[in-house]
Design a protein around this ligand. Structure first.
Ligand code: EPS
Length: 377
């Protein structure tokens, strides 16, 4: 059973949920880790009033017995406290940048409420629940996925520590999940300024996965290439407009000798060879090469503006200012957590494809054999 998930739920419906299928049997359900990740997704400077209403907790409706996975589908439910979907009025003045107009056209309706209810990033609570389970699965095999913010608006971070523990510590101490304390202060200022001027702010986050074995993904078919899947997963996150792998767009401007990562023997390391740098972001030929996987995603500024852009009223056909709904000023810190979740899912999927096994014991035995084979090469 390949790893897969679907999500369901509307922003102001009773709940959002994910059905995650393919996690092997015998894994302890990582309840604490799921809740910690859900809390992190709710936070970050720049969030609006909704997050003071919600307190996201997961309820598991299937796939567990006595706290362990059964190998059957896991149904992960996050209830919405604000579930007024039937009372909320129509949205007839589409917000530029939101799904409102494209969706109203697609469905042939003048009220975009039903569109935005599902397009909303509230859905990412369910994806984070599923991704947290995948991250816990990966952690059992020494893979660790971490995300942090690298830019908000025009403010770039400059000093991001290499050491993953230090990086995580600084990220968790930052209101914007950026491990550069000085840049964090300026990012908070930028978001506060955007809020004062009734505007919104976007930014960039980076996801780094360490302990990833070589051989995940494949060069043999376009949709098995792991960089393709990671890019698709990140682009599927609401408001993401660009993805980079490793050096990304910068690689296009440099000579090959400055881009590709030299290989050297590593007699003491876990693998017989290593790279002197990691411009490839851990991926060559769509396949992991044993270096950390490094991907970045760019999020546009949120499209609900307190001073709305010009739009039209779908009821009258006349020009009108776009609708104003309660919203956030900046959700890049939250999006970084969602990025971590979707990358964990794609890596877990590729890991299970490469290593295989129906129970955790199976996967473990196969992974030990796989690593021994690599070491002997
Ligand atoms: C969102 C609009 C806001 C955000 C929401 C995404 O919701 P509301 O209109 O209810 O205030 O808070 O994000 C979440 C609810 C969440 O949990 O992340 C949108 O239009 O996408």
């Amino acid at each position: 059973m390949p790893l897969s998930y679907r999500s369901a739920g509307e922003s102001h419906g009773p709940a959002v949920l994910a059905v995650l299928e393919g996690i092997p049997a015998g894994m302890e359900f990582p309840e604490e880790a799921v809740h910690a990740m859900l809390r992190r997704r709710q936070g970050g400077y720049g969030r609006g009033a909704r997050q003071r209403i919600e307190e996201d907790r997961v309820e598991v409706l299937s796939g567990l017995r006595q706290g362990r996975t059964l190998g059957s589908p896991l149904t992960l439910v996050v209830k919405n406290r604000d579930h007024r979907i039937d009372e909320l009025g129509p949205v007839t003045r589409p917000r530029p940048g939101h799904a409102d107009l494209a969706g109203a056209w697609k469905l042939g309706v003048r009220d975009a409420r039903g569109v935005l209810e599902r397009a909303s990033a509230r859905e990412t609570a369910a994806r984070v629940a599923a991704g947290a389970v995948c991250a816990a699965f990966l952690a059992r095999f020494g893979l660790r996925v971490d995300a942090h913010v690298v830019a908000i608006g025009e403010v770039d971070s400059t000093l991001i520590p290499e050491d993953p523990d230090e990086r995580r510590r600084l990220r968790d101490a930052s209101e914007v999940y950026c491990p550069d304390p000085e840049a964090s202060v300026r990012m908070v200022d930028l978001i506060a300024g955007a809020r004062r001027s009734r505007d919104t702010a976007g930014g960039v986050f980076e996801v780094v996965a360490r302990g990833v074995p070589p051989g995940l993904g494949s060069w043999t078919q376009w949709d098995l290439r792991l960089d393709c899947r990671l890019a698709g997963a990140l682009m599927s996150v609401q408001a993401i407009k660009g993805v980079e792998v490793g050096l990304g767009f910068r690689a296009a401007r440099l000579a090959g000798s400055r881009v590709h990562d030299p290989i050297e023997p590593d007699p003491e390391g876990p693998l017989p060879y290593r790279r002197t740098r990691n411009h490839a972001g851990g991926l060559e030929g769509g396949t992991t090469n044993g270096e950390p996987v490094v991907v970045r995603a760019a999020m546009k500024p949120l499209s609900t503006l307190m001073d709305p852009l010009p739009s039209v009223d779908l009821e009258t056909g006349e020009a009108a200012a776009a609708a104003v709904e309660r919203s956030d000023t900046c959700a890049v810190p939250a999006a970084s957590v969602v990025g971590e979740a979707v990358v964990a899912y794609e890596l877990a999927r590729a890991f299970l494809e490469a290593i295989g096994g129906s129970s955790m014991d199976d996967v473990e035995a196969r992974y030990v054999a796989y690593r021994e084979r690599l070491r002997g090469l």
